[in-house]
Write a protein that binds this ligand. Structure first.
Ligand code: G3H
Ligand code: 13P
Ligand code: ZN
Length: 335
C-alpha cells in the first residue's frame, strides 16, 4: 500500500471546493504515454493550473499499470524541478482512475497511490449503482482518496462499456444518490459523449464558415441538478471540442476522419460558470497528437527517429492544453 501523499499527489477535495466557488473547472486530461504526460505537466505548470491526470483501465493495460504509476510520480518530480528552474509556484496534481468499473480495480488504484478514483456504475440499475459506489466510497475514504460516481449514461465508448445512446441524468435521483453513496463528485449526462463523433451531421446546423454546430447541451438539466444539490461538484465527461483544424490536418495528410463533431468551446465556457468543476478531455489530445505525427511524416517521410515526430506532436499538445486552461476552462492562474 502506497499513500498518494508519499507520491506528491493531492486528492480532489480542495481543488473542487475552489473551482465551484471560483467559476472555473479543473482540467482532467487522460494520458497513456510519456509525451502526453510531459505536455500536460508543461502546459499546466506554465499556465499555473491545477490538473487531474486521468488513467483509464485501457491506459493501465497499454502502458503497464506499474510503469504508469511511476510515470505519474515522475510527473510530480518534473513539475517541482521545472517550477524551481522557472521560478513558478508548484501546481496541485491529482492522479485519478477514469471509469473504474469494479471495486477491485478501484482498490488496486488506491493501493498503488492514486489520489482519486471514479467508480462508473452508470450502466447498472440504480440500486446496484448505489451499492457499488457506496462500497468504493467506504473503502477509498479510509485512505482519504476522493471518489467520483456517475448517474446517467453517455453515448460512445468507455473502455468496458459501449453505449449507443445516451440517457440523460434524472435530476430527481441526484440527491438520493449523493446522500446514499457519500461520493465527492458526480458525473452527469447532459448531451456530451465520448470520442470524436459526438453528434450526427443531421443533428447539427452550419455556421457562416460551413462548420457544423451541434445542438446545445441540456443546461436545463444541469440547472435542475444544481438546485437539488447546491454547490456539489459536478463532472462533465466527453468534453472534447474536436477542433476542425486538427481534423483538417489529419485528413490532409492521409487520415480518414468522418463526421467528427465535438462540444463547442462556448458551451464548455458556459458550463464552467456552474457547479461543473471537472471537465474530462481525452479525444482532443489524441487528435492533435495524430495531426502532428501525420503532418511530420508527410513533410519528412525519411524520418524514422521517434523523437523527430513525437517531439513536434508533443508541442502541439502543449499549445492545446494551454489554450484549454486559459480560454475554455478558466483554470489558468488558479493553482
Ligand atoms: O472515457 C474514456 C476515455 O477517453 C478513455 O479512453 O478507455 O480508450 O483509454 P480509453
Ligand atoms: P472525450 O472523448 O470527449 O475526450 O472524453 C473523455 C472522457 O470523458 C474521459 O473520461
Ligand atoms: Zn469519460
Amino acid at each position: 500500500m502506497v499513500s498518494y501523499r508519499e507520491l506528491g499527489f493531492v486528492n480532489t477535495r480542495d481543488m473542487f471546493k475552489k473551482a465551484v466557488g471560483g467559476q472555473y473547472a479543473v482540467p482532467a486530461y487522460n494520458f497513456n504515454n510519456m509525451e502526453q504526460l510531459q505536455a500536460i505537466i508543461t502546459a499546466c505548470l506554465e499556465t499555473q493550473s491545477p490538473v487531474i491526470l486521468q488513467v483509464s483501465s485501457g491506459a493501465r493495460k497499454y502502458a503497464d499499470q506499474t510503469l504508469l504509476r511511476y510515470l505519474g510520480q515522475g510527473a510530480v518530480a518534473m513539475m517541482k524541478e521545472h517550477a524551481k528552474q522557472k521560478g513558478l509556484k508548484e501546481i496541485p496534481i491529482a492522479l485519478h482512475l477514469d471509469h473504474g468499473d469494479t471495486f477491485e480495480l478501484c482498490q488496486s488504484c488506491v493501493e498503488s497511490g492514486f489520489s482519486s478514483v471514479m467508480i462508473d456504475g452508470s450502466h447498472h440499475p440504480y440500486d446496484k449503482n448505489v451499492e457499488l459506489t457506496r462500497k468504493v466510497v467506504e473503502y477509498a475514504h479510509k485512505y482519504d482518496v476522493t471518489v467520483e460516481g456517475e448517474l446517467g449514461v453517455l453515448a460512445g465508448i468507455e473502455d468496458a462499456v459501449v453505449a449507443e445512446k445516451s440517457t440523460y441524468t434524472q435530476p430527481e435521483e441526484v440527491e438520493d444518490f449523493v446522500k446514499k453513496t457519500g461520493v465527492d463528485s458526480l458525473a452527469i449526462s447532459i448531451g456530451t459523449s465520448h470520442g470524436a463523433n459526438k453528434f450526427k451531421p443531421s443533428q447539427c446546423t452550419r455556421n457562416a464558415d460551413g462548420v457544423l454546430i451541434p445542438p446545445e447541451l441540456r443546461f436545463d438539466i444541469l440547472e435542475e441538478i444544481e438546485k437539488r444539490i447546491p454547490g456539489f461538484p459536478i463532472v462533465l465527461h466527453g468534453s472534447s471540442s474536436v477542433p476542425v483544424e486538427a481534423v483538417k490536418i489529419i485528413n490532409a495528410n492521409g487520415g480518414a476522419l468522418k463526421d467528427s463533431i465535438g462540444i463547442p468551446e462556448e458551451q464548455l465556457r458556459k458550463a464552467t460558470k456552474s457547479a461543473v468543476c471537472k471537465v474530462n478531455i481525452d479525444s482532443d489530445g489524441r487528435l492533435w497528437m495524430t495531426a502532428g505525427i501525420r503532418k511530420h511524416f508527410a513533410e519528412s517521410p525519411a524520418d524514422f527517429d521517434p523523437r523527430k515526430y513525437l517531439g513536434p506532436a508533443r508541442q502541439l499538445l502543449i499549445e492545446m492544453y494551454k489554450h484549454k486552461n486559459e480560454n475554455v476552462l478558466g483554470s489558468a492562474g488558479k493553482a
